[in-house]
Design a protein around this ligand. Structure first.
Ligand code: PLP
Ligand code: COI
Length: 356
């Protein structure tokens, strides 16, 4: 579909901004929302006129299918402001494409590209003062679609809501990140929805993660559902493992989210001359490399978490600590990717999109 969405978005501005209530020098992750939100309803077989309205509560029928059958998908993106006040997005078309890949798997009607991109840009222009500039902060963007239609029949909803909400945010993790290699539970399975950003994928992780938290680990490292031998993902991040000077990450599959940070880091690392292997990696290889000293670093990668170095991991009730490196790939790659995102360096890959 080819429509100029910016000309048909109906905009209602807030009468009372909340921005003065916010302490921008001390931002949590995802707790504070901006003044406006983008909303578009799907009814009678089509997406209706998109709107930007003051951020507000929703009113839904208790039988709305989202509550019962979890038909929902979402995205995670960020807007960055440079020192001149220019606003940037990082590979936003990839998020737009991925929300439709996720939507298809959940039998949710796909969104017109223009609604996603133009809606987002208009919203960012309206709430541009909310994009924080303190070190490490950004405006976290949460586009999501869910089944708003009512009825307890276990079948796809006939009505949906697409919303984009934004949250000025600081870092996702605080302190040292210790992870537990999961040996019992799974987040996804072959033929399942692991590759989609479906809300239920996250709800299903909470209990095993809670058990890991009780043992002193902040995150679970998901392994494959059949053998628990292969390392797949880290909570809401893709995982990278450095053995010797080679950076290894698992290939994406039915069970793994095709992370935008992951694929960008592969390119950046290769461009920096780092050997990257996209291949299966077993828990055994990880443990052996930790024992023989060739395991140099592990880190998670994702939009919310950026690059989160892992300080240690637990397996079979044994704790393995990772060394503290001077020339860490995690820090090198984090600098490279954030320099592109915040317009501090040349963007030779063409990933940065200015919002104007
Ligand atoms: N894996 C999972 C399960 C995630 O939720 C995320 C976060 O979006 C990622 C990986 C990283 O993906 P991206 O880099 O696109 O944010
Ligand atoms: C993101 O990195 O944007 C995510 O979606 C992770 C989220 C579950 C906080």
């Amino acid at each position: 579909m080819n429509v100029d969405a910016s000309s048909i978005i109906k905009i209602e501005k807030t009468k009372q901004s909340k921005i003065n209530e916010v302490d921008f020098s001390n931002l949590p992750f995802g707790q504070i929302t901006t003044d406006h939100m983008f909303v578009c309803d799907f009814k009678n077989g089509q997406w209706e006129q998109p709107q930007i309205i003051p951020y507000q509560n929703l009113s839904l029928d208790p039988s709305a299918k989202i509550f019962h059958y979890g038909q929902s998908v979402f995205e995670g993106m960020k807007a960055y402001k440079d020192t001149n006040g220019k606003i940037f997005l990082f590979r936003p078309l990839d998020n737009q494409k991925r929300i439709n890949i996720s939507a298809k798997r959940l039998a949710i009607p796909e969104l017109p590209e223009e609604y996603f991109m133009e809606g987002l840009k208009e919203l960012l222009k309206l709430d541009s003062n909310w994009i924080p500039t303190s070190d490490g902060s950004s405006l976290y963007i949460r586009p999501f679609v869910f089944a708003s239609g009512s009825g307890l029949h276990a079948s796809p909803s006939k009505e949906y809501k697409f919303i984009i909400a934004c949250s000025p945010s600081g870092s996702y993790f605080g302190g040292k990140l210790k992870v537990l290699i999961e040996q019992k539970y799974s987040r996804s399975a072959n033929g399942g929805v692991g590759y989609a950003k479906a809300g239920g994928n996250y709800g299903g992780q909470f209990y095993p993660t809670k058990l890991a938290n009780e043992k002193g680990y902040q995150q679970v490292i998901w392994t494959d559902d059949t053998s628990h031998q292969f390392i797949e993902e880290a909570g809401a991040m893709n995982i990278f493992i450095r053995i010797g000077d080679t950076l290894i990450t698992a290939p994406t599959s039915d069970r793994i989210l095709d992370g935008i940070t992951r694929k960008s880091l592969i390119k950046i690392a290769e461009n920096d001359g780092i050997t990257v292997e996209v291949r299966k990696i077993t828990v055994n290889e990880l443990v052996e490399s930790a024992k023989n000293g060739s395991l140099k670093e592990m880190f998670g990668a994702g939009t919310a978490a950026v690059i989160s170095p892992i300080a240690g991991f637990g397996f079979n009730d044994i704790d393995f600590e990772l060394p503290i490196l001077e020339n860490s790939y995690a820090l090198q790659l984090k600098k490279r990717i954030t320099d592109i995102q915040y317009n501090r360096a040349e963007d030779k890959f063409g990933w940065r999109i200015e919002v104007k």
